[in-house]
Design a protein around this ligand. Structure first.
Ligand code: SF4
Length: 381
């Protein structure tokens, strides 16, 4: 589950695509209860659910909100479902009170940091245009001081590509052991990447090659994208489905309790001919009614057709599973399509760089397998 406890964000990153990031309307505990009850009655729960608190900036809400919200969700455990919470934050508003709640509930914190200060501060800025690295780093140090496990999501912009080693060293210095790479996407809900020319693409692959080599050599930082590609090569039981293209693998709720599924980005999006890509509110549209909702059925069928097209047309289908509907929609105006620019850099380039490195450097995997991340993220999910 992805829950947006507010659409408001206290900073104003230059590449942000959130439409309502100026609207300050926090989620109420009544809405948290409605979401929990919706989930409980849905029949979707297995033995574990992960709740990710994300987008706008969740730590705009006070620690007391999270303490109460986590207590409400823990009631699901009575029916045998373990609840694991994570949070994705810019770090700038973290307090000791937040940390104490997070420690109590064993949260994983994902912090959004774009590498070293000279890169981070170009795009991750306040509404007055000032850099936010120092405040984010202070938040990070607060999490670490409380013993909280922290990973990072880092947006890679064109400026980042020439600084692969400074980028890697920054995460070593910040003591962040796992990083996810998001390539900057340009303009509002139009998720088109700046990596469109041949030279940008070559520079991006060189950037990936440097990070992979550093990661395998010294093992101090692992990257989500490489871990996934390595899993696909080294795990006999690897089977890829796209969570974002599978109905109700991910359920996303906004601060009013409105919900969507498939890519979390769809929650805020509107498109022809469907209008808003939300399928109801936790208070009045139970999961059991969705199969009879015409709009949901048409969206689900179009996404399924797109995945089928991927299976027919794309040689990377086995490691991708059919991609991200939000990117298909943004780039082609329909879910019923296959290749996107997003495929090229987020899937194919990563996989190609990993396979090329394995083939050209016979000791690479031997070196990688000495590091903790090999067991933690390649051999284990
Ligand atoms: S890489 Fe792109 S075209 Fe290939 S399976 Fe994934 S989404 Fe489909």
């Amino acid at each position: 589950m992805v829950i947006q406890p507010t659409s408001f964000c206290n900073i104003d990153c230059r590449y942000c695509y959130l439409v309502d990031r100026d609207v300050h309307e926090p989620m109420s505990i009544d809405t948290v209860r409605a979401i929990r009850d919706w989930l409980d009655e849905s029949g979707l729960l297995g033995d574990k659910v992960t709740v990710c608190w994300h987008a706008g900036e969740p730590l705009v809400l006070p620690a007391a909100f999270f303490a109460e919200a986590f207590d409400e969700f823990s009631k699901l455990e009575a029916s045998g479902c373990r609840v694991h919470h994570s949070i994705q934050t810019n770090g700038t508003l973290a307090t000791d009170a937040h940390c104490e709640v997070f420690v109590r509930h064993r949260l994983n914190v994902g912090i959004s940091i774009d590498g070293p200060k000279f890169i981070h501060d170009r795009n991750r800025v306040t509404r007055k245009g000032a850099g936010t690295f120092d405040a984010a780093n202070a938040g990070l140090n607060r999490f670490l001081a409380h013993g909280i496990s922290v990973s990072a999501i880092s947006v890679v912009s064109s400026h980042t590509l020439a600084h692969s080693h400074a980028f890697y060293d920054a995460f070593v210095d910040m003591r962040i052991p796992v990083v996810g790479l998001n390539v900057e996407e340009i303009e509002g809900v139009n998720l088109i990447s700046y990596i469109r020319s041949r030279s940008d693409f070559d520079a991006y692959k060189d950037f990936l090659r440097d990070l992979l080599k550093r990661s395998c050599d010294d093992g101090r930082v692992a990257f989500r994208e490489f871990n996934h590609a390595l899993r696909s090569v080294y795990r006999a039981d690897f089977e890829q489905i796209s969570s974002e293209a599978t109905p109700f693998h991910i359920v996303s709720f906004d601060h009013f309790g409105n919900f969507s599924t498939f890519s979390p980005e769809l929650l805020d999006q509107t498109c022809e001919p469907y209008g808003r890509l939300q399928f109801g509110n936790a208070r009045d549209v139970p999961f059991s009614t969705l199969e009879t909702q015409a709009r949901y059925r048409r969206v689900a069928a179009e996404i399924e057709a797109g995945v089928e097209r991927c299976a027919q047309e794309c040689e990377y289908f086995g490691v991708c599973g059919g991609g991200a509907p939000s990117n298909k929609l943004a780039e082609h105006g329909t879910f019923d399509c296959a290749r996107t620019d997003f495929c090229d850099y987020a899937r194919k380039a990563v996989f190609d760089v990993v396979v090329e490195a394995i083939e050209s450097d016979p000791d690479l995997i031997e070196r990688a397998s000495r590091h903790g991340w090999w067991n933690d993220y390649v051999l284990t999910d």
